[in-house]
Design a protein around this ligand. Structure first.
Ligand SMILES: Cc1ncc(COP(=O)(O)O)c(C=O)c1O
Length: 363
């Protein structure tokens, strides 16, 4: 029986065709395709502006840079996320302050965020983890009350919604188009904003501070997206809703068919459209196997799994070396319990049945 990978990008003839067109045109670097991709992405997310960059990490890095914060300013981010979220804070000489997460959504716990706000806090960098928006209302309120910048890490949340509005339209949105995401350009990223001045600054930072014709008005970078990536992005964006529908359908199948004491299926906040970039089970104490043994068992059945993520970010060796500590009991607990199983749009009915049957028969 074939293996079922944890993620598989779906690229087809249309992507091959547009990439061939770009190659034939000879216009490889940032140009018309990137411009069109940005325009369509803005209208999809529901914002005035989108700025395409070379990765999701760069999107976070530039977004933080563009606000011109001072060294040592604090940025609150979740303890339970991919390391790129808080690394971007470090790149800017800022201080990541880790807040705990909610045990059902795995997203920022607003009460703990509030506990961590102090006079040095300048921004909240929330993550819409696994494709489910964080509690935007509560976090937005904290930002308003304490005059904080809101940045959304939307790397896993293209098309996700909170009360009918898309992720990336509440603060400054930072997206990734890495191949495991809900849409891909190979590598790539996008920043979304309604702020014209910020957009202008981001465009300059992306391209050596160049106002055009070698007129460099600030210290910038080469963080550009290529036309090849832009062209793939345009095609993928048009397929995104179909990809998401398939992910939701797959997640609903798994939640309806995985039925085991000791396994908790994902909880969806009723205010949210969850786009299931990951479908994450919790392995509780009364399950007859450890989480890692379950992963090995599923592997033996040809089913790929992922651990997103095996420890809170502050327990990573890098953060220990830097002496950046926190105590987030929920993040510590769930990092021992979570296991992601395949949910991507490339799964067949047979694959889904195999995944549910394997979890149900484990132990
Ligand atoms: C939550 C989160 N933030 C940031 C990133 C960084 O994106 P990229 O890999 O495109 O740099 C990723 C994905 O890898 C992610 O999952």
């Amino acid at each position: 029986m074939d293996d079922i990978p944890i993620a598989r990008p779906l690229l087809g003839d249309e992507e091959i065709e547009v990439v061939s067109q770009v190659i034939r045109s000879g216009m490889l670097v940032q140009g018309e395709m990137v411009r069109r991709f940005e325009e369509e992405f803005s209208s999809y997310v529901g914002v005035k502006d989108s700025i395409a960059v070379s990765s999701g990490t760069v999107a976070l890095d530039l977004a933080l840079k563009a606000f011109g914060l001072d060294p040592g300013d604090e940025v609150i981010c979740p303890a339970f996320t991919f390391i790129a979220t808080s690394n971007a804070v470090l790149y800017q000489g800022l201080r990541p302050v880790f807040a705990d997460v909610d045990p059902r959504t795995f997203n920022l716990n607003p009460e703990d965020v509030l506990e961590k706000v102090n006079s040095n806090t300048k921004a909240i960098l929330g993550v819409h983890l696994y494709g489910q928006p964080f509690d935007v209302k509560a976090i937005h309120e904290i930002c308003e009350d304490h005059d904080l910048i809101l940045i959304e890490d939307c790397a896993q949340a293209h098309g996700a919604e909170y009360e009918g509005k898309r992720a990336g339209s509440f603060g400054t949105g930072c997206f990734s188009f890495y191949p495991t995401k809900n849409m891909t350009t190979g590598e790539g990223g996008m920043i979304t904003t309604d702020d014209d001045m910020l957009a202008e600054r981001l465009r300059l930072l992306r391209n050596h501070g160049d106002r055009g014709k070698y007129n460099h008005v600030m210290l910038g970078y080469n963080y550009r997206m290529t036309n090849i990536q832009g062209a793939i992005g345009l095609v993928q964006l048009r397929k995104l809703d179909a990809f998401i529908d398939a992910r939701i359908k797959n997640a609903e199948y798994l939640s309806a068919h995985i039925s085991r004491d000791g396994i908790t299926t994902p909880w969806r906040d009723p205010r949210c459209k969850h786009v299931y970039n990951q479908y994450v089970l919790r392995v509780e104490d009364d399950f007859p196997m450890s989480r890692d043994d379950l992963a090995s068992y599923l592997q033996s059945k040809g089913i790929g799994t992922g651990i997103h993520y095996p420890m809170p970010v502050y327990e990573q060796p890098l953060y220990r070396q830097l002496g950046i500590r926190s105590i987030c009991p929920v993040a510590e607990e769930i990092s021992r319990r979570v296991i992601s199983v395949p949910v991507h749009p490339g799964l067949s009915d047979e694959d889904l049945k195999r995944i549910a049957d394997a979890v149900n028969s484990a132990g």
